[in-house]
Design a protein. Structure first.
Length: 69
């Protein structure tokens, strides 16, 4: 039986998660963070479970937040 090696997938997933977490932290501190694709500023919105996340004006970047309410 062949063993599947998930280590590379796990590494890239962890790296992506950490990058997104750091963007959210910077925005929460009031810092300006630019979208990697369009260079527009990202905005952090925290309204309710359905309308919370990070996005740029053009929609290139979209990070949805799950809130425990």
């Amino acid at each position: 039986m062949t063993k599947i090696d998930f280590s590379q997938i796990n590494k890239s997933t962890a790296k992506s998660f950490n990058q997104q977490r750091n963007v959210i932290k910077l925005l929460a501190k009031g810092k300006t963070v630019l979208c990697e694709a369009c260079q527009e500023p990202l905005t952090l919105t925290v309204k309710n479970e359905d309308e919370s996340g990070v996005q740029c004006l053009k929609g290139c970047t979209q990070i949805n937040l799950e809130l425990d309410i």
